[in-house]
Design a protein around this ligand. Sequence first.
Ligand code: AMP
Ligand code: GLY
Length: 427
Amino acid sequence: MNVLVIGGGGREHALVWKLKQSKLVTKVYCAPGNAGISRDAVCEDIPVTDFDGLLKYAVKENINYTVVGPEVPLVNGVVDEFEKNGMPIFGPSKKAAELEGSKAFAKYIMNKYDIPTAGYREFVDYEQAKKFLKNADIPIVVKADGLAAGKGAIVCNDREKAYEALDLIMKKNAFGAAGRKVIIEECLTGYEVSVLAIADGETLVYLVPSQDHKRIFDNDEGPNTGGMGAYAPTPHISQAMMERIKKEIMEPTIKGLALEGRPYKGVLYAGLMMTSEGPKVLEYNCRFGDPETQAVLPLAKSDLLEAMMASRDGTLKDFVWENESGAAVCVVIASGGYPEKYEKGKQIFGLDGRIEEDVIVFHAGTKWDDDRIVTSGGRVLGVTAMGTDIKSAVDTVYRAVGKIAFDGAYYRKDIAARALANWRRSE
Ligand code: AMP
Ligand code: GLY
């Protein structure tokens, strides 16, 4: 089969890497891809929102199956568009992807189907929202309803900051139409876990639970980013807790969406806060996480394309999904200055050959400049190491990261450090 991956970040490189291992795959294509992906797949520079261009390309290259990485094309209905044209594709329909596309819709589903989440109110009127904030408990979280590239949730530790967040979203229109409605919700405390599963409308198969590191600096300080590193599995999710997450969160979500006439196929990603009362949903995503995928897919034993096809066909009930034992840790190397202003076009050194056993270098913001690979984005590389446990994966990953260099390269030194501390405590 010829497979097309839509997207061009670290997540898509991990998808291409894993799909290439499928026994069903002849050739992998990627649009638009990046420098690293172009070594593993045929890349074509088509924007992820150009559905016409993507469809024409898929027809021309005899693509048998398309896999979508980012949320924007999914929420805009790329799956419906491909299916309408007889082109098989993996992912949720536009109606199902609204679970990520509208936080108000996600809250409606959680409330209706008794799925644990933070208490909340929604507002379309600025004055009413402001009035509510005057008496609300602090800290509080103010969120834009729609897609905001991961920046639309603002955790406010004092009332002034909450007013500022509301102004930013509703008055300054920082996220455009995504901020016409706001969600104001209770602030939850605990540790965060990303649970990713592949769904076929009824049945779910689970990837290894993982943890992202969203803040730019060590010890979770500084502003939020797209994600600076991830590891899997999370040591604090026992088998019993995973069963609880399936029963209380993942299964009711899929059942609820089916009852609403929006059967969910594709990857269901639940961002959870593990609170003293149990797991609660912070958000749903309708796609693989980035950089979680770079840690989670190397731990997948099963054929990813087979699972994706079973998702579309509704046959996951008969599919046995297996994960490897052991652990994986991904460290993101970013351009200095990210997530604010940063420079591009820096030559990257140390990418040739195999830098360490059990290490994969996934590319994100990279491109070719003649025969050199240069930086072209904020998050540049995701270096993943596998090991028998988190400790050995951490040691390997940082040895590998130390061999890669470009002007201004920045990475966190504490990816998975908390998992290691927990691990030691439980030993
Ligand atoms: P979201 O875009 O909704 O996933 O939120 C992004 C990040 O904001 C999450 O990963 C959390 O770190 C934080 N966050 C969102 N909602 C809450 C909440 N209710 N309580 C505490 N932190 C939250
Ligand atoms: N790593 C967070 C996300 O993919 O949304």
